[in-house]
Every structure is written in structure tokens, then in C-alpha cells.
Design a protein around this ligand. Structure first.
Ligand code: ZN
Length: 466
């Protein structure tokens, strides 16, 4: 079965054929580390975490995933100055906050996570190639991309040059050959920290945002690679400019462009400037991280997610139905069952990462599993548990994965289970000596802690209700 992906550049679903047999190379634009991440910020990382997982588990490909960190930028300089700290300290503090958010949501670290400031020589070299080929020019230390020198400019977003507005990244339009020329390199300005400038043949300065990604993609993935991804809002000008720079310099660059939809709040794209954000750190105080992951991964990656507490609660309840089956089934028949992915799940994922249909297959299979459990049919239960866990593993949502086993990992979950079982043994002993008041008191204390106890023919089982 072949994987089909919606390529934004072609505006069509295309068969995915990797450039190199058995391998796939993916570049996804990372965050500009100017503040702690909100839910909208982390969606791209989650979407491309699932794509990577599907390329690996669904198609046996060896995936190289690059997700950069933009650690130099106008906003970082401004905010750091306002806070009275060095720009690089501000950037690093927020980079750590982003890493924490990715970790807590179970996003695997990329193969490489380059920082823009660590790749200035690659960027300078790329600008030199563009100047040599007649696609870039320097004016007083700034270097601009000459959009009229490159007929393909606008191809990614199917826009004609005449229809485009002036590039808004500089306030010195009169020095450009064309107002739509965008900055590759920005000269050091008076008042900016000396540490935020690097020496180049055109004088001291710092990179433009678009240039950073082209240089880092080239460094880690070579001149040609398979997939370039990011949020929908990056299509123009960021991705258009990335493609123009790299192709004008002679590289083939990305063969497929994938863009994920926005997370909105109150109908508007979640954004710091609008003030309608939900920080990841805050949301995971209210809901379990695995439930937030389910909420963000279950909708199709190209759809818009309107963030509401009601929808989040509904997603949490849906996930707990899956989790409850997996836990009860594993208690009954053991956790280890090798399994193939159901064909319907494969077909859904191969159809442009159709997670809504894939998640529906998980729920259908769980319903069969619950029937098998109720019938006490161990063989049928085991036959369902394996595929359910295999499907959930693709989505990063397997409840038995150690990453979801409590804040402190496996060990904490083990100790908690031991302590709850100790309390349950005490309750059993109280009942045996007909001290029902003591038995009920133990149960009430567990309930108060959020531990719900259910008596089953196999003995008491427990789960956390919050
Ligand atoms: Zn980028």
C-alpha cells in the first residue's frame, strides 16, 4: 500500500516516493524561542512526530527529522532588552520551556535540533552563492534577495509577483531594487547588542529568518530532501522565500510541502499578540498530557482545531475509554502481544495521515475488546489488545508506554500501585474480620485521593479518576 500525502505546492494528494530507497528526510520549522509555548505552537511538532512514526512503523523507512530552533530574531532582542537579560539567555530559557512542552506531550526528540546561531557560516556561504549567481545584492551591510532575478518566485504559493505586496521585513524599502525583495542578512543596527552580530564579507550583522532554515536544511539533509513541513501560516512568505533562496542557489530543496492547520481560540488563531493563548504548561495542570496529545493528534492535521474546554474534556473521556480497555485487558491477559496493524488503520493513515478514520478504527476495535472481556474470552481479548496497542503506538498514545506512566516514570507508577494494593489488602483483612466500618473508611480514603476501586471476580482493581 502506498502512502499518499497532500502536497501544498502541487495542491494535490500525491503518492509519496522517497528520494533514497528505505530512507526519508524531513525538515520542520521549529519555534522562535521568544516565550513559553502555547498549544498552537506545539501542533506542528506533534503532527510531524506522527508523520515520522508512520514513515517508520507503517513503511519501514529510516527517518531523519530535523527541527530547528530560531534563537535570534527581532522579538527575542526586544523582549530580552525589556527583561534586562542577555538575548541569548532569554532564548535559551524559552528553548528549555519548549523542550519541556515537547517532552511532556511525548514528542520524540528530532534526529537533529540545530540552533540558528550555531550555523552562521552555513548561512553566509549560502548568501555568497546567491550573490555570485546574481540573485542577491548587498546595500550598506544588508543583503537582499532579488525576486525579479528568479522567475520561479511565487511558485510555492501560486502567486504572481505583480500581485505581491512589499516584503515587510525592513523599513528601508528605498534601498531595494524591488519593494518585494526580502532580507537575507540584516546589518547590525546601533543600539542592538554587539553579541547579536557576526562578521561577514558585507560587514557585521545577523541572519534573516528565512535564510536560517534554508541553511540548516542544507547542512543536515543535503541539497535535496523529501518533506518540508510547518504550520499553514508559514507558507508565505517564510516557505516561499526558503524555496526561492535554495533553488536560486542551485539546490533542489524539498520535494513535498506539508502544512498543518491552526489551533484557534475564540475563532482566532492562537497568538500571543491577540492574547488568546493557552500555555502548554498551564493546560497540563488541568488535563493529563496524554489526553492533550489525543486532543491534538486525533483531528486531521490539515483541519483547524478550535480549542475549548468542552472539546478537551470530550477528548479526555474518549481517550479514557481506550485506556480503560487496555489496562483491564493487560491485567487479564498480560501486556505482551505482537500484532499487525489492522488494514483499515493502515488505509486511513496512508490516506494523507487520516487520523480521524484511524482513531475510529481504534475505538471500533476497543468495543470488540470490551465484549471479549465481558465474555471472559481471554483469547479474543488478547487478539484485540495487540492491534489496539500497535495502533496507539503509531499515534504515541499507548497507555502502557512508560512515558505515560506517571510524572516520575515507571518507578513512581510501580510504588503507587504497591501502596494502593497494600491499602486494598488491609481493606480485605478488615472485611474478613467483619470490621465493615474500617473497610469502608479505607475505601473512602482512597476515593478522596482520586483512586477508584472496583471489585471484580479477579479481585479488586483500581484506577485514577483524576
Ligand atoms: Zn523555516
Amino acid at each position: 500500500m502506498s502512502l499518499r500525502l497532500y502536497d501544498t505546492a502541487a495542491r494535490a494528494v500525491r503518492d509519496f516516493t522517497p528520494l533514497r530507497a528505505g530512507q526519508a528526510s524531513v525538515y520542520v520549522c521549529g519555534l522562535t524561542v521568544q516565550g513559553p509555548p502555547h498549544v498552537g505552537h506545539v501542533r506542528a511538532a506533534l503532527v510531524f512526530d506522527v508523520l515520522r512514526s508512520w514513515l517508520e512503523r507503517g513503511h519501514g523507512l529510516d527517518v531523519t527529522l530535523v527541527r530547528n530552533v530560531t534563537d535570534i530574531d527581532d522579538k527575542i532582542l526586544t523582549k530580552a532588552a525589556d527583561a534586562g537579560v542577555p538575548w541569548w539567555a532569554w532564548a535559551y530559557t524559552n528553548e528549555l520551556a519548549c523542550t519541556r512542552a515537547y517532552d511532556v506531550l511525548g514528542v520524540r526528540p528530532p534526529t537533529y535540533e540545530p540552533r540558528a546561531t550555531g550555523h552562521v557560516p552555513d548561512m553566509v556561504e549560502l548568501v555568497e552563492r546567491l550573490v555570485e549567481r546574481g540573485h542577491a545584492y548587498a546595500v550598506d551591510g544588508d543583503v537582499y534577495f532579488d525576486v525579479r532575478s528568479f522567475p520561479e518566485y511565487g511558485a510555492l504559493t501560486r502567486q504572481r509577483l505583480e500581485d505581491l505586496e512589499a516584503a515587510g521585513d525592513t523599513d528601508t524599502d528605498e534601498r531595494k531594487r524591488d519593494p518585494r525583495d526580502f532580507a537575507l542578512w540584516k546589518a547590525h543596527k546601533p543600539g542592538e547588542p554587539d553579541t547579536a552580530a557576526w562578521p561577514t564579507p558585507w560587514g557585521r550583522g545577523r541572519p534573516g529568518w528565512h535564510l536560517e532554515c534554508s541553511a540548516m536544511a542544507g547542512r543536515y539533509l543535503g541539497p535535496d530532501f523529501d518533506v518540508h513541513g510547518g504550520g499553514l501560516d508559514l507558507r508565505f512568505p517564510h516557505h516561499e522565500n526558503e524555496q526561492a533562496q535554495s533553488r536560486a542557489a542551485g539546490d533542489g530543496f524539498a520535494r513535498y510541502w506539508l502544512h498543518n492547520g491552526w489551533v484557534t481560540l475564540g475563532g482566532e488563531k492562537m497568538s500571543k499578540s491577540l492574547g488568546n493563548t493557552a500555555l502548554v504548561d498551564e493546560v497540563v495542570q488541568r488535563v493529563r498530557p496524554v489526553e492533550l496529545r489525543y486532543y491534538l493528534v486525533a483531528p486531521h492535521y490539515r483541519s483547524t482545531i478550535e480549542f475549548t474546554d468542552a472539546a478537551l474534556a470530550e477528548a479526555g473521556a474518549a481517550y479514557r475509554r481506550i485506556e480503560s480497555f487496555v489496562q483491564r485487558a493487560a491485567e487479564r491477559v498480560g501486556a505482551e502481544h505482537g500484532a499487525d496493524l489492522p488494514d483499515a488503520f493502515r488505509a486511513a493513515m496512508d490516506d494523507d495521515l487520516g487520523t480521524p478514520a484511524a482513531v475510529a478504527v481504534v475505538h471500533d476495535t476497543v468495543r470488540q475488546g470490551n465484549t471479549a472481556l465481558a465474555d471472559g474470552d481471554a483469547a479474543a481479548t488478547a487478539a484485540v489488545l495487540g492491534p489496539v496497542r500497535a495502533m496507539l503506538a503509531v499515534l504515541g498514545l499507548d497507555p502502557l508506554d512508560p512515558r505515560w506512566a506517571g510524572g516520575g516514570g515507571d518507578r513512581l507508577a510501580e510504588v503507587t500501585d504497591g501502596l494502593v494494593r497494600l491499602a486494598l489488602d488491609q481493606r480485605q483483612a478488615a472485611r474478613a474480620r467483619k470490621d465493615y466500618a474500617a473497610a469502608d473508611a479505607l475505601r473512602d480514603q482512597l476515593t478522596a485521593l482520586g483512586v477508584q476501586v472496583e471489585d471484580t471476580p479477579q479481585g479488586p482493581r483500581w484506577e485514577l479518576t483524576r
